[in-house]
Design a protein around this ligand. Structure first.
Ligand code: S3P
Length: 440
């Protein structure tokens, strides 16, 4: 179903950022594993996260909603995960599926896993390889694309692993397997990725070591056999979802948008650093903390941006924000170049191809690079008028709709249904700000 976003003069208002997707997955997984009852508020009720909750239920936890965003999880505790009676379907979710692969591999159960068309095309050897090493198997094996079964074992051995790609999902899967492994599991990242697994496991009572490794890297270690204890926690706001609202405020001719309660964590803040480098002058004020994370309110007003090369060291900390950065680059003066971001090829879609196609469909000069893309900014509103193929990718859909709020002509997308995987309130939040987005 085609939806269209039409240009509007002003986008104004205060919106509370939706719960962070990464933290919401981990809350349900760790709560489901812990001894006792955990309670969460502000949980993201996107489809991806709900599927992680169902998966934990199938493995023996009790997961129930007690109010809007409020969830109670009774963990399996000492008895451990049990054999599920059906396949676990993770839908669109790379995070849910990959973290669960690590988790279940340390239990004597056989877990069939699958997902939607997009997830079934994504690479899983990056997870299967270290898990095979922990079983003492050589690393050869069937090519890893879902569906497949993880056959768990109680005799995992700790490993030291240096992931060949910067991926929090890989790091997290290895650490979760490490919880049930014999010895100390170590993951060494050349460039640190989001650290929610480490921080949240500590909240659940697990000792996780973190040491700096060179200028940008980190060595994370975790001793096997540790148990989790239930917690009560508020989920911080999602900086990746908030990025769409912030971009909308910057691009609007009369933009005055405040997004409240965004998690401020250096492993997630690359987008905010880059848009400030481009001239956005975002305002930030402290507003306390949640689950051990600092929270800020971010104010975004109209600004004329200048294109910039995106520093490669910031790539992991903005890995989900490149589609919306591409839109900002289209409005900027001059060239924006993204390099060192080949991981974008294996996200919910090939985001290098999808971003460039989105921009070109709207009259913007953009080109693919093997590891990124280059955009020649229009120095103001781009022509627009295009129909964007979203390729089942929620972030492409939201980026294109934000573009339409301030381009010369409306921008349409072929589908919006998958936005519900990560940001079910996106359309209502945009409408509250004054956007004109409707079917047809
Ligand atoms: C996530 C890690 C990132 C990110 C995804 C969420 C996580 O993926 O793109 O949206 O919660 O660990 P990679 O680890 O594959 O980079």
């Amino acid at each position: 179903m085609v939806w269209t976003s039409r240009p509007v003069k002003a986008l104004k208002g205060n919106i509370r950022a939706p719960g962070d997707k990464s933290c919401s997955h981990r809350a349900l997984i760790f709560g489901g594993l812990a001894a006792g009852t955990s309670r969460f508020t502000g949980l993201l009720e996107g489809e991806d996260v709900l599927r992680t909750g169902w998966a934990m239920e199938a493995l023996g936890a009790t997961v129930k909603q007690t109010g809007p965003g409020a969830w109670e999880v009774i963990g399996v505790g000492e008895k451990g995960l049990s054999q599920p009676e059906k396949d676990l379907d993770f839908g669109n979710s790379g995070t849910g599926s990959r973290l669960m692969m690590g988790l279940v591999s340390g239990y004597p159960i056989n877990v069939e896993m699958t997902g939607d068309e997009s997830l079934r095309s994504r690479p899983m050897n990056r997870i299967l390889k270290p898990l095979r090493m922990m079983r003492g198997l050589d690393t050869a094996g069937p090519d890893g694309q879902l569906p497949f079964a993880i056959v768990g074992t109680e005799s995992l051995k700790a490993i030291t692993y240096v992931p060949p790609v910067a991926s929090a999902q890989v790091k997290s899967a290895v650490l979760l397997a490490g919880l049930n492994a014999d010895g100390t599991t170590i993951v060494e990242e050349a460039r640190q990725t989001r650290d929610h697994t480490e921080r949240m496991l500590r909240g659940f009572g697990v000792t996780v070591g973190t040491e700096r490794l060179g200028a940008e890297g980190v060595r994370v270690s975790l001793e096997g056999g540790q148990k989790l204890t239930a917690i009560d926690a508020a989920i911080p706001g999602d900086p990746s979802s908030a990025a769409f609202l912030v971009a909308a405020g910057i691009l609007s001719p009369q933009g005055d948008v405040m997004v409240e309660g965004i998690m401020s964590n250096s492993t997630r803040s690359g987008f905010y650093d880059v848009v400030n480098l481009m001239g956005a002058h975002l305002g930030a004020e402290e507003m306390g903390d949640a689950a051990g994370e600092r929270l800020i309110n971010v104010h975004a007003g109209s600004a004329q941006l200048s294109g910039k090369p995106v520093p490669e060291r910031l790539v992991p900390s903005m890995i989900d924000e490149f589609p919306i950065l591409g839109v900002l680059a289209a409005f900027a003066e001059g060239e924006t170049v993204v390099t060192g971001a080949e991981e974008l090829r294996v996200k919910e879609s090939d985001r290098i191809g999808a971003v460039v196609a989105m921009l070109r469909a709207n009259g913007v000069d953009a080109e693919e690079r093997p590891d990124g893309f280059a955009v020649q900014g229009c120095g103001g509103p781009p022509p627009g008028g295009g129909l964007v193929e979203t390729r089942h990718d929620h972030r492409i859909a939201m980026s294109a709709l934000v573009m339409g709020t301030a381009s010369q002509n409306p921008v349409s997308v072929d589908d919006i249904s998958m936005i519900a995987t990560s940001y079910p309130d996106f359309l209502s939040h945009m409408a509250e700000l004054g956007a004109d987005i409707s079917e047809g």
